[in-house]
Write a protein that binds this ligand. Structure first.
Ligand code: CP
Length: 306
């Protein structure tokens, strides 16, 4: 992965996932290691973020790198009409690696084609969110002690949820059985379902979340993505369609973990937070270690062995 961009989960192989997750485990044991003291990491967020930006900045800071960037393109020269290409070429002069989130699908790939430094895609529209996918894999492996042969339910906005798209595609490497719960208008896109079919794996589509809870090892909840709807009435119709409450987990398998890429709006009630099956805040914490692993591998600086 040395000096390579990470734009899509397809840019890397299952062997790469193992390398990244194993290194993340090392960083989880010791995340304060100033191995990137001579590096500058830029974070360019053209769309809002809490976890992805701050966990990248936390990851880089614990490794000793300097962090520059913007959290609102309106405070940059983009506001004056500067193109994405010119922004990327300019910031490449000031940094060794760029982490970028942008609302337009394909923007991260384009940035990687013009940039002389590696680009990490922190989410491009409804397309891909590969680093979230890797921290999701890390969280699943950590809680289930394996990635192979799991039953995994994805619930909510499977159409626009880029974290779902990346994770479904990655999980096709692990003989996963997919339980896809969504309203008809927010089904998983055919292009993503094709990945499942290509691996001869099973997927079952549902509209009722109650049908899957006692069947699965992972319940991956998602937010209905208001910002991707062109018709506000359509959003109003589906926004509260799935709300997970604590008592709904009573008959779940004992190993079940509830994941959510966050932010949540109201699809998980707060009474679930105290249930030992709730894993979403730990999942977000795992993002620091996984992103440290990615920075270390792409910038080609190895951590000290413990
Ligand atoms: N999971 C995730 O991408 O969260 P943020 O939008 O807060 O970065």
């Amino acid at each position: 992965m040395k000096n390579k961009s990470l734009i899509s989960i397809h840019d890397i192989t299952r062997d790469d996932y193992d390398i990244i997750l194993n290194l993340a485990e090392e960083f989880e044991k010791n995340h304060r290691q100033p191995i990137l003291e001579n590096f500058v990491v830029a974070t360019l967020f053209f769309e809002p973020s809490t976890r992805t930006r701050l966990s990248f900045e936390s990851a880089a800071s614990y490794l000793g790198a300097k962090v520059i960037g913007f959290t609102d393109a309106a405070t940059s020269s983009v506001k004056k009409g500067e193109s994405l290409k010119d922004t990327i070429l300019t910031v490449s002069n000031y940094s060794d690696l760029i982490v970028m989130r942008h609302p337009k699908e394909g923007s991260a790939r384009y940035a990687s084609e013009v940039a002389p430094v590696p680009i990490i895609n922190a989410g491009d529209g409804a397309n891909q969110h590969p680093t979230q996918c890797l921290l999701d894999l890390y969280s699943i492996r950590k809680t289930q002690k394996r990635l192979d042969n799991l039953n995994i339910a994805f619930v909510g906005d499977l159409k626009y949820g880029r974290t779902v798209h990346s994770l479904v595609q990655a999980l096709t490497n692990y003989n996963t059985t997919f339980h896809l719960v969504s309203p008809d208008e927010l089904k998983l896109p055919s292009s993503v379902k094709q990945f499942i079919k290509d691996k001869n794996l099973d997927y079952i589509q549902y509209t009722d979340m109650a049908e899957v809870i006692d069947k699965v090892d992972i319940l991956y909840m998602t937010r209905i993505q208001q910002e991707r709807f062109s018709d506000p009435l359509e959003y109003e119709r589906v926004k509260n369609v799935y709300i997970l409450k604590n008592n709904m987990l009573d008959n779940a398998k004992s190993n079940l973990k509830v994941l959510h890429p966050l932010p949540r709006v109201n699809e998980i009630t707060e009474d679930v937070d105290d249930n030992s099956m709730a894993y979403y805040f730990s999942q977000a914490k795992n993002g620091v270690y996984v992103r440290q692993a990615l920075l270390s591998l792409i910038l080609d600086v190895k951590p000290a062995k413990k």
